[in-house]
Design a protein around this ligand. Structure first.
Ligand code: GDP
Length: 368
């Protein structure tokens, strides 16, 4: 029988199958007397954290734990995947603790977008979903935009308490934490520590803020409704913008359809010839066709012309679900969570947005 080996850092059971899962160590290192998982290794040697996937049970335990401590909660979401990265029900777990909402990846937003409108939208969505955030920030963890202002706001709202950072995978939480580690370790020359979280197999990473309190990273939870989970690495690269997105204008006649790879579809049903502005990753292929041909095109070409997802993966994609809208106001964004959005410039258009079952579509006042 194989003996269970545990990481000397965090105590997680060592495995060599899945680098994204808890306790991963490369097969070569498992032979040693004392095994340290890759995550703890990187933390110890490079002061760098890596995200691990977490079981839902552990996540619930951590959230419940946060609810019973006195702390500020910083919730990180991806502004390109607002509903997909939302973490439903967080506000019910955090008890009376204040929540500060952070939208990451602001560097991808085109210059024409008004940042304060985006913040307003985040705030009103949060309110609709039952979260009353004490403050809302827009940042770029990768280029540092907004981090100083955010740090000052955290300092103000934490009132001397600990800070827990929560978010689901792929929102850029690791990038954010690594930026904070850099910032705080330069300022205080303090060491990063870990502490065992009761009831879980996990050690959480703690960055000292002062002598009495820490900023604590919680592992990213997987949200199975995220568009990102329906594609492989190659597909994810195509749908994830790497730099500021360039809006693309399409002049459409009634009865025309746009496919966003094989992951989203926009039908222009009626309203006369008009312009639609698409905001998607510059690498994602937008395919135009006639509405009457769209169903059969998708059936034949999902995974072939309409990619991502590629090939056989397209068959595993949940069926596309329709969301119908009659746009009554000028300048409305139809948001495909995890992909991007289409700006409908004038009122009076009847449109249908299709996304895989479980993925969110939302409508907002245009950010431009
Ligand atoms: P985590 O799973 O939440 O820890 O996310 P990561 O930090 O691993 O980031 C997920 C992906 O988003 C990676 O491809 C990052 O390069 C990217 N990313 C993270 N922060 C930013 C950001 O501020 N801007 C952009 N454009 N990409 C980001």
């Amino acid at each position: 029988s194989t003996q269970e080996i545990r990481c000397i850092g965090c105590g997680a059971e060592i495995q060599s199958e899945d680098p994204k899962k808890l306790g991963y160590a490369p097969p070569s290192s498992v032979q040693k007397d004392e095994v340290i998982c890759k995550r703890c290794f990187r933390l110890k040697n490079y002061n760098e954290i890596q995200d691990v996937e977490l079981t839902d049970d552990d996540f619930i335990r951590i959230l419940n734990g946060i609810g019973s401590t006195d702390a500020l909660v910083v919730k990180v979401v991806d502004i390109f995947d607002f509903s997909g990265s939302w973490l439903n029900g967080l506000h019910r777990f955090v008890g009376n603790n204040k929540v500060l909402l952070v939208g990451n990846k602001a560097d991808l937003i085109p210059k024409s977008v008004k940042k304060n409108k985006l913040i307003q939208w985040m705030r009103s969505m949060a309110n609709d979903w039952g979260l009353h955030a004490v403050d809302v920030h827009l940042i770029s963890a990768s280029n540092g935009l907004g981090l100083d202002v955010l740090a000052a706001s955290i300092e103000h709202h934490r009132e001397g308490k600990d800070v827990y950072v929560v978010g689901c995978t792929n929102v850029g939480k690791s990038t954010f934490i690594n930026a904070m580690i850099k910032k705080y370790s330069e300022e205080n020359k303090n060491v990063i520590t870990t502490s065992h979280f009761p009831g879980t197999t996990l050690d959480l990473i703690q960055i000292p803020l002062d002598d009495h309190s820490d900023l604590i990273d919680t592992p990213g939870i997987i949200n199975h409704h995220q568009m990102a989970h329906f594609v492989d690495g190659k597909g994810l690269k195509m749908i994830t913008p790497k730099k500021e997105i360039k809006p693309m204008v399409f002049q459409l006649n009634e009865g025309q359809t746009l496919f966003f790879g094989g992951l989203g579809r926009f039908d222009y049903v009626s309203g006369g010839r008009r312009a639609f502005t698409c905001h998607f990753s510059n690498e994602l292929n937008i395919h135009r066709t006639k509405l009457e041909n769209a169903d059969s095109l998708y059936e034949r070409q999902a995974g072939e012309i309409l990619v991502p997802p590629f090939g056989e993966q397209a068959k595993e994609l949940p069926a596309l679900v329709k969301h119908e809208y009659t746009i009554k106001e000028p300048k409305i964004d139809v948001v495909f969570s995890g992909l991007g959005w289409v700006t409908v410039n004038e009122p009076g258009a009847k449109i249908v947005a299709h996304v895989p079952k479980g993925v969110g579509v939302t409508i907002r006042k245009s950010l431009i």
